[in-house]
Design a protein around this ligand. Sequence first.
Ligand SMILES: [Zn+2]
Length: 109
Amino acid sequence: MELTAKHCTHCDQIHSHDKYHCPLCFSEELEERQLSGKGEVYSYTKIYAAPKQFADQAPFFVILVHLEEGLKVTARYSGEKVQIGEKVELESIVNRAYHFQPAMSKTAF
Ligand SMILES: [Zn+2]
């Protein structure tokens, strides 16, 4: 279980996985980099009417996580309730979907 992204060795920026060149400097020298899996909730929504394959799991949260490294990823959230700015960390990756949980140590800003 690991969260990875692409790191541009030319301009030192982190980009999401689907990039084949750096959108900032257009370098193709991207290397795989492991991320901490920690971040905070940037936005969220609660899904009541889920697609058929997830219907038995509804309602559930889908959150947008602002990772420490600066990227944002969409993920499922396993907590009971969620707030904007809440600290979260990667719990698992299931069928290429990220699942986040509340961070263990809730450090203040
Ligand atoms: Zn770059």
